[in-house]
Design a protein around this ligand. Structure first.
Ligand SMILES: Nc1ncnc2c1ncn2[C@@H]1O[C@H](COP(=O)(O)OP(=O)(O)OP(=O)(O)O)[C@@H](O)[C@H]1O
Ligand SMILES: [Mg+2]
Length: 395
């Protein structure tokens, strides 16, 4: 599932996040080693992505469209909206395919001239991606059914035989990965990092609170998209699935996700619970604190293989805990806030999932973190303290 930027055009291409100050032309993909069937399928129940409940909820109408809540675009529409998917409109590339900037009319959603109307992000599935078709369907299902201010909004889709595309709201600041790890990018100030952590925690709390106990399963910096004010939204629901309900303690699945973020018990057994997301959240919190990737990168910023292995000894020693902090913060953070966030990360990373806190409790702790003794360097760093908004269905 690893891919290198340039597959979209057979050459290296520039990313078109116009409003962000990235200078790099390639996306580094060190943390993207995907986990797939790491143990033999005979050793555990293999459940396809999306259970029967999810599948039966797909509203396939006679005209071939999936849902009347989403706009069904023709391929020609999306070709026009992007002016034929040119390299200079490329926003990024993942395992699924390439993401382009496009323009549509705010009201009719018809394609408009580039630079006019509403900006959208259009993800185009690579034709050779077999797994991608299942993920495409899961993504449409979950994002069509669940709307929340911390989940990226799906506007529509295109499904014309092998041509599968998704049309999302455009997120002007791109992915958290680009801001945290890309060289030459202005470091994100501490209050903004905590604002992002709170946004992600709100999104996950919302998913875990649904009747279906939805498990996101692919939490990582590249799947967190940022709005113009650095509000965070979860994207990529291709691996999401309904969690255990009733007396069931877990669901059994084949192991998918991303190395460095996936919970150890899930990787070992395929047993999935909402606490798997909590572990990944702990890893993400460590990335926000340390500015280091979940998996060691080429620069070898730490000796151990994973960020968790490297950071754990510091996290459990209150005198040394601040040694994990990102030096690019220049000491501009609340010491107490950082210590509390590190303690929270340690709880999330507990080897026994039962001892990890629930997302709702993590959210409450994050909202209470002391941040006040560090003034944000710019208004974007202000903490958005809208309490009680976790269950705001925007539909
Ligand atoms: N709605 C959006 N608005 C703006 N940029 C986006 C949007 N969706 C995706 N992008 C950009 O495109 C990049 C690729 O996204 P994509 O989800 O395809 O792959 P990924 O998350 O990087 O990798 P993976 O396939 O492993 O999940 C993102 O990192 C981001 O920079
Ligand atoms: Mg992604």
């Amino acid at each position: 599932m690893q891919s290198i930027m340039g597959n979209c055009f057979g050459q290296s291409a520039k990313c078109a996040h116009a409003s962000s100050n990235f200078s790099g032309s390639t996306t580094e993909r060190h943390s993207k080693a995907k986990l797939q069937d790491s143990t033999s399928s005979s050793e555990k129940t293999v459940v396809p992505l999306g259970n029967s409940k999810t599948k039966s909820s797909i509203n396939c109408k006679a005209d071939g469209s999936i849902s009347n809540k989403l706009k069904s675009f023709s391929f020609i529409d999306l070709k026009n909206a992007t002016k034929n998917f040119p390299p200079d409109s490329l926003l990024g590339e993942g395992g699924f395919g390439c993401v382009f900037k496009g323009w549509i009319d705010e009201n009719t959603l018809a394609p408009t001239k580039p630079g006019t109307g509403k900006v959208v992000a259009i993800k185009r599935l690579k034709p050779e991606s077999f797994q991608g078709h299942k993920e495409w369907l899961a993504e449409v299902n979950y994002l069509e059914q669940h709307r929340h201010e911390n989940l990226v909004k799906l506007i529509g889709y295109c499904s014309e035989s092998e041509k599968k595309l998704l049309v999302y709201e455009f997120m002007p600041k791109g992915s958290l990965e680009n801001h945290l790890f890309r060289k030459g990018v202005k470091p994100i100030p501490w209050p903004t990092r905590m604002k992002i952590a709170i946004g992600v925690a709100r999104g996950l709390t919302f998913l875990h609170s649904l009747d279906a106990n939805v498990i996101y399963r692919d939490l990582k910096a590249s799947n967190i998209l940022l709005d113009s004010d650095f509000s965070a939204k979860l994207s990529d629901f291709g691996l999401a699935r309904d969690g255990p309900t009733g007396d069931n303690t877990h669901v059994s699945t084949r192991v998918v996700g991303t190395q460095g973020y996936a919970a150890p018990e899930y990787v070992a057994t395929g047993h999935l619970t909402p606490k798997s997301d909590v572990y990944s959240f702990g890893v993400l919190l460590l990335e926000l604190l340390s500015g280091k990737r979940a998996m060691n990168d080429e620069a070898g910023t730490f000796v151990d293989e994973t960020l968790v292995d490297w950071a754990k000894p510091f996290l459990s020693d209150s005198r040394r805990v601040l040694r994990i902090m990102d030096t690019r913060l220049g000491g501009q953070y609340s010491k107490k806030g950082a210590q509390a966030a590190a303690a929270l990360a340690l709880q999330c990373l507990h080897t026994d999932p039962k001892n990890r806190p629930a997302m709702i409790d993590i959210l409450t702790s994050l909202e209470r973190l002391p941040t006040s003794n560090v003034l944000p360097r710019n208004p974007q760093g202000m903490i958005d303290n809208h309490r009680g908004k976790h269950f705001n269905h925007s539909r």
